[in-house]
Design a protein around this ligand. Structure first.
Ligand code: OXD
Ligand code: MN
Length: 611
């Protein structure tokens, strides 16, 4: 028989009444066996990990080789963010806009009430108070995630500042966002029949839902990454973008770097890149130009707010990296690899015979034998990859040797440069500077990548990923552009300068023209020298281009004519590009800001002047 006695709340003494009430309501709905409030203390972590080793959720790695490291293997059906099951439940459909899945909030609440009814039976319900950003910082914000997954608790303890100090701020009356998560795999049914725990519980039906008006997150059915660690994409981007619009700041899918010139001047740069464009590598850039130092502040998300001096200040709201493992090697990203030497959770990578980890691209030669991400024997002859292509590492940001001493400054760092990057084989030059903030917003709004065979769609077609926010903007994308334009008006001449970069241009034979990686420091150096007023630029259709002799190419061998090809602008191709942009804007109807249409017409007049 089902028990109808309410479960003990176990709330800490300082938990405010409204929080206790909400936790009680969620417990009444989900009917867990017990409630546990996450403190963030070290012995709690030990207990949680030991319990997950017992259930098979975590496999301890060789503790001599990788102390404090564990491997998790997800269900094969639960390996990535599920964009098709991600919903913005705004009261009006037009407020979600054409790039989001909209769902009627009333109907979604009914569906969720059904799904969450008894969803935590037989399980512990964890209450995780957390801070996005340094505790108590004026750009930071708080949240509470309720979850029935200890893997999520362990991950949130790495990815956010979770536990008692966050609860203390909430107890003191700070604003917080509620987020509820269940894997949707109760261990007891309504009649009280139990089933066994499994290593990766989840549900075939998934709902990742956001209520922008009430600023709530409800996530059901997945235990993986951004579907389940609700501080990341759900809060720090989708809900935070709504808060930012209403409060006059920016919540962006951007990495943050501090770059110091040979003269000792510090610059701060944020950069938006769509997936599969080497964002983590850039976040841990090792410059090939002598004398320049690059430090990491964030690898994925930036929250930016105007400071008292009128400049834009950025913080990394996260405390860890949830990075894609495959392709990470001593050559491509030694900094990331070194960070993973201890206290890391690996998910869906391969296991070596000596209890270490491996993934495609880590070494030139794969080991002769592995256990693959599904737990099966694997040899180099196997036809499937050993690590899942979206396998991940979860590691504290402080473990990266490139981490900046200022990365936890609650005041943030003043942003000098914003970069937008796509993955373009043609047309888009290695670097170009926007003529104005409005032009920069136009560039961010229209950024695109050529479709690869890996994604759905026709190869060669442009996939737009405005501001790299396509799946992460919590409201109408065109309204978001208007918000960016408004921010530019407020920042005036203190606004960061906006540049577009493209590391992926190819020659006619399909070879990349630019070596990328550490050499990306070269065009970035040019951008910083522009900010410092040290170099001139020349006007072109796409924006202002470097005079080629101003690029620092010391120690780099480029083939004959390659530099010219990297900056070649073909007016006819740009005319076609402008037509595609006009088509694309139609999708947003009359919400497209006038200033962006004006930018399109300015591009067209630059095209006709140069034709
Ligand atoms: C991520 C993503 O995982 O952008 O950071 O998908
Ligand atoms: Mn991301």
């Amino acid at each position: 028989m089902a028990e109808d006695t309410a479960v003990a709340l176990n709330a800490p003494e300082n938990a405010p009444e409204s929080l206790k009430q909400w936790v009680g309501q969620v417990a009444d709905l989900t009917q867990p066996d017990e409630i546990y409030w996450v403190t963030g203390e070290p012995e709690e972590k030990e207990r949680l990990y030991a319990q997950m080793v017992e259930t098979g959720t975590l496999i301890p790695l060789n503790q001599d080789l990788r102390p404090g490291c564990y491997l998790a293997r997800s269900a094969p059906s639960d390996v990535a963010r599920v964009e098709a099951r991600t919903f913005i439940c705004s009261a009006k459909e037009e407020d979600a806009g054409p790039t989001n899945n909209w769902a009627d909030p009333e109907q979604m609440r009914e569906t969720l009430a059904e799904k969450f009814d008894g969803a935590m039976r037989g399980r512990t319900m964890y209450v995780i108070p957390f801070s996005m950003g340094p505790l108590g910082g004026n750009i930071s914000k708080l949240g509470i995630e309720i979850t029935d997954s200890p893997y999520v608790v362990a991950s949130m303890l790495i990815m956010t500042r979770a536990g008692n100090p966050a609860l203390e701020l909430i107890a003191a009356g700070e604003y917080w966002v509620p987020a509820v998560h269940s894997v949707g795999y109760p261990l007891t049914d309504a009649e009280g029949n139990r089933r066994d725990e499994i290593a990766w519980p989840c549900n075939d039906e998934k709902y990742i839902t956001h209520f922008p008006e009430s600023r709530e997150i409800w996530s059901y059915g997945s235990g993986y990454g951004g579907n389940a660690l609700l501080g990341k994409k759900c809060y720090a981007l989708r809900i935070a973008s709504v808060l930012a619009r209403d409060e006059g700041w920016l919540a962006e899918h951007m990495l943050i770097l501090r770059i110091t010139s040979p003269e000792g001047r510090n610059f701060h740069l944020t950069a938006a890149f769509p997936s599969a464009t080497g964002k983590t590598n850039l976040a841990m850039l090792r410059p090939t130009i002598p004398g320049w130092k690059v430090e990491t502040i964030g690898d994925d998300i930036a929250w930016m707010r105007p400071g008292a001096d009128g400049r834009l200040y950025a913080i990394n709201p996260e405390a860890g990296f949830f990075g894609v493992a495959p392709g990470t090697s001593e050559k491509t990203n030694p900094t990331a690899l070194h960070a993973l030497g201890h206290d890391t959770i690996f998910t869906n990578v391969a296991l070596t015979d000596d209890g270490d980890i491996w993934w495609e691209g880590m070494t030139d030669e794969p080991p002769a034998h592995l256990i693959d991400w599904r737990g099966n024997d694997w040899t180099p002859e196997s036809e499937t990859p050993a690590a899942h292509p979206n396998s991940r590492f979860t590691v504290a940001a402080g473990q990266a040797e490139s981490i900046s001493p200022v990365w936890e400054d609650p005041a943030g760092v003043p942003v000098d440069v914003i970069l937008f990057g796509g993955r373009r084989a043609t047309n888009v030059p290695l670097i170009s500077e926007s003529y104005s903030w409005e032009h920069g917003v136009f560039v961010g709004a229209t950024v695109s990548s050529e479709q690869t065979a890996a994604a759905e769609g026709t190869v060669g077609e442009l996939r737009r990923d405005p501001f790299a926010m396509l799946p992460f903007c919590g409201y109408n994308m065109a309204d978001y552009w208007s918000h960016w334009l408004k921010m530019g008006e407020e920042l005036g001449d203190k606004a960061p300068r906006i540049f577009q970069v493209n590391w992926f241009r190819k020659d006619e034979d399909g070879n990349f023209l630019w070596p990328g990686f550490g050499d990306n420091s070269r065009p970035i150096e040019w951008a910083l020298r522009r900010v410092a007023g040290q170099v001139e630029a020349r006007d072109a259709i796409s924006g202002r281009l470097p005079n080629l002799e101003d690029l620092n190419l010391e120690g780099l061998e480029l083939g004959e004519g390659v530099l010219e090809q990297l900056f070649a602008i073909d007016p006819q191709a740009w005319a076609k590009e402008a037509d595609l942009t006009e088509e694309y804007f139609k999708m947003f109807g009359d919400k497209v800001p006038e200033q962006l249409l004006q930018q399109l017409s300015e591009i067209r007049s630059r095209i006709s002047q140069s034709a």
